[in-house]
Design a protein around this ligand. Structure first.
Ligand code: SF4
Ligand code: SF4
Length: 488
């Protein structure tokens, strides 16, 4: 039996053994188990697999198992296998209590690794599905008391906030978000210069990134992005007929003809950081192969990431069951393609698989779906600190201000309420170490509360995680050295 991740435990031999909680999968002809809740992965040798098959029929004593398999394996092999399987908690005493989660509440003062500054809540596009315009928007910017644009002073307070709240970390991340970030280019310039200077004085480094719709890119902005090594993510949905369906100007005119030459110039000039594309998938926009080919191979984006649209139920662009089946099949094919590249140490631009494999490799059993409210926070144009960029300026999801700091009582309350231990629907789900209930913003949009698990996504999450486990297992067989890339 090969242990890929996790720590073994010392155990005493119980009288009756039973299967514990795991998810089986196969890769390259070998059997594996993904352990829940510890998130460890183990490759089973033949005797171990046979022991699990016996126990799948019901609890047995170790002598009964040895008796049942005695003609196939030696007693010593079987007893060693039983000990190992207990140590890694694939099997255990029939009466052992079920382990729900391994994570406790994070310590107070957990460092902030990423701060997302919403430098404007205005956008020059009016994408049909955008949460700034759609029914899932948290804040009605037309009647919000938040300014339309973040001021220099607020952004500088944000930098001081990040430097302080990142605590002992030597590197922190500052991301600019909107609205359309480039509508507030002067503040971006000032903030980056100020943050660099202040980080150096504090003996730290800040890495910058920005999300843009690319409509306002011009040569001097592109040069500034390149010179300052700003990571850029472009929100784009694909080739012209796809992009122009939903990513439109306020006049209703499609944006592809505007962004295509600007992106070409961006990719030509800005080579100091990889440039990524982020695609929003809708019911009408599910030809993932074609979109990937256009954005990665034809346009030249280094990476392409796909996310299903966030929407209240029954919008006409909502992805439904048949759409998720299509999405999963194409994700699976792209993942196989990614694998073949990884086996030969070649780059492939499908970022969804890379992100999930990294989580699987790190073996973290998540108590929270993402870093929102913990290592990641969003800041509204007026300087309010929120759960993440998608909740910026929402009074209900506010943790203080960049000037006054984090309201620790509110943060503690949030972390207590949103812990996986409270999501009882998830307690029997094998995918909870990776999913942990899913995005708070999605839950708020769908169910009206951030605490709700995203149960409309479960089939998709489990199917995709299963595919990723298979890819992980196969990669660990065919090119194990590649996995070291996920250690960084
Ligand atoms: S939301 Fe669904 S898939 Fe995610 S952990 Fe909960 S039950 Fe599992
Ligand atoms: S709550 Fe959702 S949108 Fe916000 S950081 Fe988490 S996953 Fe992203």
């Amino acid at each position: 039996m090969t242990v890929l991740t996790t720590e073994p435990l010392m155990v005493e031999t119980p009288t009756q053994l039973a299967l514990r909680e795991f998810h089986p999968f196969e890769a390259s002809g070998a059997r594996y188990v993904y352990l829940v809740p510890s998130a460890g992965i183990f490759q089973l040798d033949e005797p171990s697999g046979a022991i699990l098959d016996v126990l799948a029929q019901g609890p047995r004593s170790d002598d009964e198992i040895v008796g049942a398999l005695g003609q196939r394996f030696s007693e010593e092999t079987l007893r060693d296998g039983l000990t190992e399987l207990q140590q890694i908690r694939v099997i255990g005493d029939v009466g052992a209590p079920r382990e729900q989660v391994v994570n406790d509440l994070p310590p107070e003062g957990f460092p902030l690794t990423t701060m997302v500054l919403n430098v404007t809540n205005k956008c020059n596009l009016a994408c049909t599905y955008c949460y700034e315009y759609g029914e899932d928007k948290i804040v009605d910017t037309t009647c919000s008391d938040q300014p339309k644009f973040m001021a220099d002073d607020t952004a500088r307070d944000g930098v001081e906030f990040l430097l302080k709240e990142s605590g002992p970390l030597k590197v922190a991340h500052l991301t600019f978000f909107g609205g359309e970030t480039l509508l507030n280019f002067p503040v971006l310039q000032d903030t980056v210069a100020y943050a660099r200077k202040r980080a150096e004085e504090e003996g730290k480094r800040i890495e910058f990134s920005l999300t843009t719709n690319a409509t306002l890119l011009r040569p001097e902005i592109i040069e500034w992005l390149a010179e300052n090594e700003i990571g850029v993510t472009v929100s784009i949905d694909g080739p012209k007929e796809v992009q122009d369906k939903m990513r439109v100007f306020h006049s209703g005119k499609g944006s592809y003809e505007t962004v295509q030459p600007k992106i070409k110039e961006l990719l030509r000039v800005h080579t100091s950081r990889p440039i990524g594309a982020r695609v929003t998938l809708t019911r009408e926009n599910l030809d993932i192969h074609r979109i990937y080919k256009h954005l990665h191979e034809e346009m030249g984006f280094w990476e392409v990431g796909f996310a299903p649209v966030t929407t209240a139920p029954d919008r006409d662009y909502e992805i439904q069951d048949e759409g998720y089946v299509r999405m999963l099949a194409q994700f699976g094919e792209l993942a196989r393609d990614w694998l073949e590249h990884a086996v030969e140490n070649r780059h492939h631009g499908f970022s969804n698989i890379k992100d999930t494999l990294e989580e699987i490799h790190k073996g973290v059993s998540k108590a929270y779906p993402c870093g929102a409210g913990l290592g990641l926070m969003g800041v509204s144009t007026g300087g309010d600190v929120a759960l993440c960029h998608r909740f910026a300026a929402s009074d209900d999801h506010n943790f203080g201000t960049v000037a006054d700091g984090i309201d620790r009582d509110k943060q503690r309350e949030f972390l207590e309420e949103h812990h996986i231990k409270n999501k009882t629907d998830c307690h029997t789900c094998w995918a909870r170490p990776i999913c942990s209930g899913g995005c708070y913003h999605e839950a708020n949009t769908r169910y009206g509360e951030t605490q709700a698990p995203n149960l409309h996504f479960c089939t998709w999450v489990r199917s995709w995680t299963h595919t990723c486990l298979e890819i992980y297992g196969e990669l660990s067989e065919r090119n194990p050295s590649y996995l070291a890339r996920f250690d960084a």
